[in-house]
Design a binder for this molecule. Sequence first.
Ligand code: HEM
Length: 366
Amino acid sequence: PASYPFHGANQSGILTPGPAQKQAFACHVAMDVTAANKAQLVELMKTLTDRARFLTAGGTPPDLGVSQPPSDSDVLGPVVPADGLTVTLGLGASLFDDRFGLGAHKPAKLTPMTIFKNDSPEAAWMHGDLMVQLCAHNPDTVHHALRDIAKHTRGAMQMRWRMDGFAAPPRPSGTGRNLLGFKDGTANPTGSTAQDLVWVDDSAEPSWTRGGTYQVVRLIRMLVEFWDRVSINEQEGMFGRRRDSGAPLDGNNEFDTPDYKADPQGNVIPLDSHIRLANPRTHATDNQRLVRRSYNFDTGIDANGNMEVGHTFVCYQQDIQRQFETVQKRLVDEPLIDYVQPFGGGYFFVPPGVKDGSDYLASGLM
Ligand code: HEM
């Protein structure tokens, strides 16, 4: 779509309709809130809402005359296009510390991100009071949105870490590929199954959380030069899928359903393959499914001259422990771990959508 609605029961940028499930470009920015008190935090939420409302709809920025800095950077020209922009706001556990008196209203399942076995945590790339996810059809639209938001929120929040991302179009068809060459997103829940797994509606949660969702962002380096020296058989065994078509190793087409009952020893789809560990497809593990919405990143070269690339793994769910953490614990020693290296990210709670022109992000919390 050319634009996504900003107002609604849920925030946009999570279950985006269409075969690609997401826009082609993204930026994930963790923020430290510098607002001094609750009143300033409310102002920040209102400003963020106003900017997101304008940027996602597009339009002509106001003309402030020649004696003032212009209201817009004009990076996208004199009329700002919507260009499929979504602005999705998440709240980190640290926002609920003593500063703003919000502790009693904290989402029940929100904690700082867990450090798992095989993680290589780098403090500069972790956590944050807020997560701003920007997605759009073009990278300059993402850039423009971040620049606009940063300009209008100076004094109330500051960028902490930022990862830009890009997604692949279907090559040659179906779901886009990640930087290990495999189609990524194939088995994502869709339709009402996805709705039921993602949106919070729980009497054990504070009532303002209804229609929100928990967001996990994990920055995962991929050792692609090392990966490119692995045989195709071994690569496919690690995922449990064909690299060319994306089909499960016991199937012919990308969207075929793997039949684990027919292969209890894992002779066709190894028991420790990524897809089999991530989703054993049993009745008991159905409510552990989650919706992934990840992007590729490529930030150049590291200090040793290796390509510095990877995966901004992003997923949405009702309950981080029941969904993401359960799946992550099963994956912890998977064979793929030799080729990937989680080093940052965070857990966030994405408040429900902004209802109308007088509502603002996280209003139910304030
Ligand atoms: C499936 C790649 C990390 C959860 C897949 C697939 C690929 C893939 C290629 C198969 C196609 C598909 O259904 O999308 C990767 C890579 C990762 C990574 C390259 C890290 C660099 C993770 C993490 C989790 C996760 C951290 C969650 C803890 C899943 C799930 C599926 C999946 C739930 C679907 C399994 C199914 O329903 O059959 N991943 N993944 N992945 N991945 Fe990952």
